[in-house]
Design a protein around this ligand. Structure first.
Ligand code: PMT
Length: 230
């Protein structure tokens, strides 16, 4: 049996991939299946937490038993729903893959192709950084967990990017996923690192997304044990 160590705790988990509409039939999206976020919500509910799952687009997944589920589509909608639930939450975990940019405009009708018009260009504008906003408005003692999907590039390794992101975003914990073909997105298993704002770094071995979720909740309970009395 799982420990009931999250008994009575109010947690918010975001999951899935946002969709930014171009017209009534097209959108910009990403490969998130929602499996990691749903596993986080399911394990938290099993360990006794009151869970609000804010979910963008996912594969067909069963709703985690006992969780309140809020369905959204765009990054702005996800931000509003997470923000509202976070106001009374002890813990917020941002596992959703949120679009950094959205089309500058959405056409009310299907964009047509005709032979005499030039190839169209999609102009993008920046979406709000939801995680950064949560950190800014954070309630005293609230624990905020971010995820980072990194590929590594000429500028640095996955871990180097993630350490910089943890500092920039100001969250308490950051789960780092190396992504790319056959990694993290859509798979049933996940692996990575768990970085803590106090400098601790833990390697998370390859295992089910539920196992990774359990590692995250273990780290959260440890932080809550050390948090100042309200
Ligand atoms: O859904 P699965 O198929 O199971 O895959 C899981 C996953 C790979 C999607 C998940 O484990 C994961 O890594 N999620 C975060 C993906 C992501 O958007 O990473 P990022 O490095 O772009 O963003 C960093 C953090 O900021 C994330 O917590 C993200 O939720 C948040 N963010 C990002 C952009 C934005 N505008 N607002 C945000 O709050």
């Amino acid at each position: 049996a799982l420990p009931r160590d999250l008994d009575g705790l109010r947690v918010v988990v975001s999951a899935g991939g946002t969709r930014e509409p171009l017209d009534p039939v097209r959108h910009l999206g990403n490969r998130s299946s929602g499996k990691q976020g749903y596993a986080l919500a399911r394990v938290a509910a099993q360990r006794g937490a009151h869970v609000t799952l804010v979910t963008a687009h996912t594969d067909a997944l069963p709703e985690p038993a006992g969780a309140d589920v809020v369905h959204v589509s765009t990054a702005n909608q996800l931000g509003e729903a997470v923000g509202a639930a976070a106001a009374t939450a002890d813990v917020v975990v941002m596992a959703a893959a949120v679009a950094d940019f959205r089309p500058a405009g959405t056409s009310g009708h299907k964009i047509k192709k005709s032979d005499d018009t030039p190839d169209p260009t999609i102009n993008l504008v920046r979406n709000p950084d939801i995680l950064a906003g949560l950190v800014e408005r954070r309630e005293r003692g609230q624990v905020i967990v971010g995820f980072a999907a990194e590929t590594g590039d000429e500028q640095g390794s996955v871990l180097e990017h993630a350490r910089a992101k943890l500092k920039r975003k100001g969250c308490d914990l950051l789960v780092v996923n190396a992504v790319g073909e056959g990694k993290a997105f859509e798979m049933d298993e996940n692996t990575g690192w768990l970085l803590s704002a106090d400098g601790a770094e833990q390697r998370i071995p390859l295992g089910t997304k539920s196992l990774l979720a359990a590692t995250v909740w273990d780290a959260v309970t440890e932080l809550l044990r050390r948090r100042p009395d309200p």
